[in-house]
Ligand binder design. Structure first.
Ligand code: ZN
Length: 505
């Protein structure tokens, strides 16, 4: 009936199928059938069909020829042969666009003139109303997030197959047997000891050297080197958590547990990461917390107090020399001495003291101080107090995302609020990590530290780097005052001439 036909609104329809047909249930033919029904129901007449086959609407750089052609047509309001076009029908938004930019271009083109229509299988949508436009845009943004999520899920699926050893997955991880699940008793013990020692302040370098000395090999059969060693300690696999592409896998903020047996606790692992962070220059300030663990100059010191002792000689102008003392060996190499370097090297050149006595005295003073602090710390340490606040923020963020996904709040509110919440959450997470590190540190057995302090390293004694860490944790410096005439050489050791500058409790 020509008259009725003339009354129908002339529209085009658009369909799209993605490249993966096996997974995409929306074939172009299916969509066109749905669109035809929609057109009939809404009083529209399809005058041309645009379709993009094998095209993702989400991937950057995929050109959808028909989509682009359709934009030209609806902007012009007519087909190349002059047939008027008053609108567009699709089955659903996500067939049309999955990127916010494309949606904006589409809305621009369609609303270029008044009176155009847009419909999906559910009915007309008014793209001229600003409100709907912003909701549509949000929908596109959200669809884009969904696409990213899907990609991530697929990647994770591959990765987790790899983790479980289904796909070719390289050598087994050090510390576990070939099944990648059961700990290897020898390697697991090595890791646990290394972790405890690293947390107590021993340098990674000295642990690696010990492993080399003892013939410990990587799963590929090589000697251990610093890089792989650190990489291993940075992997949350150690405490049973999953990491994919360098990111901790979490489920709403809670780390996802792998199906292998962990070798260390999450607290220990977090303490380690705090140390790595501190060493990489994020120096965390000074409330007695364990982040003095860093040796700022990264040098391996061979003596307990080099660079820590300072010259207390009063100079001619009345000020104190305060240069850092260096180490020299006695001519017969029987003992070391700490000395102030010559004036030309920034010292006063006139202070020198036997090393062994000073080392012993400062060691005792530091051990006593640390024992005192450990007792105090254990007394008033409790659970971390931020846990509830952190949970609250995480809940709020979840809620917010839900509302946004349901299009109940605006974009600007969502982004502003989520930025704020994410900031709070990451601040609290960092706090928790520091707290875990501090707790771990406080529970280190001070009796064991004392016992190992004076043992040679080969017999389980603490390496110099660890002892220096303890010393620096306890004090800023020790001022060595001059012993009067004769530089104190040959005189009795007088501890009163040593002045430790303790860190504040
Ligand atoms: Zn001096």
């Amino acid at each position: 009936m020509p008259d009725t036909e003339r009354d129908l609104i002339p529209v085009v329809d658009y369909s799209r199928a993605s490249a993966d047909k096996a997974r995409d249930e929306h074939t172009v033919e299916d969509q066109q059938r749905v669109n035809a029904r929609t057109a009939a129901r809404l009083g529209c007449r399809i005058v041309h069909r645009f379709k993009d086959n094998d095209k993702s609407a989400a991937k950057e750089g995929v050109v959808r020829d028909d989509f682009e052609e359709m934009l030209r047509v609806i902007r012009a309001g007519r087909l190349a042969d002059g047939t008027p076009v008053m609108g567009v029908i699709v089955t659903a938004d996500d067939r049309l666009v999955r990127r916010a930019g494309d949606y904006e271009r589409f809305v621009d083109a369609l609303t270029y003139q008044d009176g155009r229509v847009y419909a999906d299988a559910r009915g007309f949508k008014d793209l001229y109303s600003e409100d709907v436009e912003s909701m549509g845009l949000m929908g596109a943004v959200f669809a884009r997030m969904e696409v990213k999520k899907t990609r991530r899920r697929v990647r994770r699926w591959h990765q987790s197959r790899a983790e479980r050893g289904i796909a070719p997955a390289g050598p087994r991880p050090f510390g576990w047997q070939a099944d990648r699940v059961t700990p290897d008793p020898v390697e697991a013990a090595l890791i646990r000891r290394a972790v405890e020692e690293a947390i107590a302040g021993r340098s990674m370098n000295s642990i690696v050297r010990e492993w080399q000395r003892n013939g410990v090999k990587t799963p590929r059969g090589n000697d251990w080197l610093q890089g792989p060693f650190k990489k291993m300690l940075k992997n949350p696999r150690l405490c049973g958590w999953r990491m994919i592409n360098g990111e901790l896998v979490t489920d709403g903020g809670t780390p996802v547990q792998g199906d292998w047996e962990p070798l260390i606790t999450p607290d220990q692992w977090q303490a380690l990461q705090a140390i790595f962070q501190a060493r990489s220059g994020h120096q965390v300030s000074t409330d007695g917390q364990p982040l003095y663990l860093l040796d700022r100059d990264h040098r391996e010191h061979r003596y307990l107090l080099s660079g820590i002792l300072r010259c207390g000689r009063i100079l001619e102008d009345g000020s104190m020399c305060m240069a850092r003392l260096r180490v020299s060996m006695q001519p017969d190499r029987s003992a070391h001495r700490y000395f102030c370097r010559a004036k030309t090297n920034g010292g006063c050149g006139s202070l020198s003291r036997r090393g062994d006595k000073i080392d012993e005295f400062v060691s005792e003073a530091v051990l006593a101080k640390l024992e005192e602090r450990t007792i105090a710390a254990q007394k008033d340490s409790g659970p971390w107090l931020g846990e509830k606040e952190l949970n609250d923020y995480q809940e709020q963020l979840k809620e917010l995302r839900k509302h946004w996904a349901a299009r109940q709040i605006s974009n600007s509110l969502f982004f502003e609020e989520s930025r704020r919440l994410e900031g709070d959450i990451s601040r609290l997470r960092a706090e928790r990590q520091q707290y875990a590190a501090a707790q771990q540190k406080a529970t280190t057995d001070m009796a064991d530290v004392r016992r190992r302090w004076y043992l040679p390293e080969e017999e389980g004694g603490l390496p110099i780097s660890t002892k220096r860490t303890y010393v620096k944790e306890a004090l800023h410096a020790v001022i060595v005052h001059p012993a009067g005439k004769g530089h104190g050489a040959g005189k009795r050791f007088n501890p009163d001439l040593l002045e430790p500058i303790w860190r504040e409790d």
